[in-house]
Design a protein around this ligand. Structure first.
Ligand code: FE2
Length: 260
């Protein structure tokens, strides 16, 4: 998932198992594996050290530096012993309720398709490069693993209580488009930035507001998913934002929601 889709969630089945499909790794063509290799080869040096250290450590730990689109069974064989997370293939965007329910199970959905060679920088919906390259290295970090599961559990309750937008914003400004301080420097935290060839540098270097991440401010700041972000919240640390979100309960989330 690139962004929670609250508008359609009510019309969709919410049983998360209904969204799990086969990766069918054998269906990927040589050209599609080449797209992965091209995206990977340009993104790693492009990110350089602009990204938090657990991301960079996770790539070789998980064998993501090998050629071609990763096969999820092999990737899980490395990831699950490290962190307890399991990747599950899906066919496209998973509605919020099911998405958060999957995270609550310590599972992460991975699109079973990749963008075309003619649209390397354009995504209508998250593909396996976004989902794997952007998210999976972070799942080898225990702190991010805890954050993701906590958001999943709280997200299920939040949607049921009518606060889906609030949890979606917290997810957006941390897991997808968040920055975090590390060693005195501002680094990329979010998968939406990690996997973007255009926005990763903008997020760090452009003359844009970078307010300190607080639960209240993030929860009350709407976002758009069809433009480069006009601001980026900066968490004090990866461990700090993870602990803050882990400690949040439904009552706390309701208190964060902006007054009408
Ligand atoms: Fe994502």
């Amino acid at each position: 998932m690139f962004q929670p889709d609250t508008a359609t969630a009510a019309r969709q089945p919410t049983r998360w198992q209904d969204y799990v499909v086969a990766q069918d790794w054998a269906h990927f063509t040589a050209q599609e594996h080449d797209v992965w290799d091209l995206l990977f080869a340009r993104q790693v040096p492009y990110l350089g050290t602009r990204i938090v250290a657990p991301f960079l450590a996770g790539i070789p730990l998980l064998g993501l530096d090998g050629p071609g689109i990763p096969e999820l069974g092999a990737l899980n064989a490395r990831l699950t012993p490290l962190s307890g997370w399991t990747l599950v293939p899906v066919a496209g965007i998973v509605p919020d309720a099911a998405f958060f329910a999957i995270l609550a199970e310590r599972m992460f959905p991975i699109g079973n398709f990749i963008r075309g060679a003619d649209s390397l920088d354009y995504l209508e919906e998250p593909d396996c490069f976004h989902d794997i390259f952007g998210h999976v290295p972070m799942l080898s970090s225990p702190a991010i693993g805890r954050l993701m599961q906590a958001i999943g559990k709280l997200g299920v309750k939040a949607i049921a209580a009518g606060h889906g937008d609030t949890i979606a914003r917290l997810y957006w400004y941390s897991v997808e488009f968040g920055l975090a301080r590390e060693g005195g420097e501002v680094k990329i935290l979010g998968a939406g930035l990690a996997s973007s060839f255009g926005e990763a540098h903008v997020a760090i270097e452009a003359d844009l507001p970078r307010p300190r991440f607080t639960l209240t401010d993030a929860a009350r700041t709407p976002y758009r998913n069809d433009i480069f972000q006009p601001l980026y919240f900066v968490s004090d640390s990866l461990e700090g934002v993870a602990a803050e979100l882990e400690a949040l309960d439904l009552a706390g989330l309701k208190a964060l929601a902006a007054p009408l």
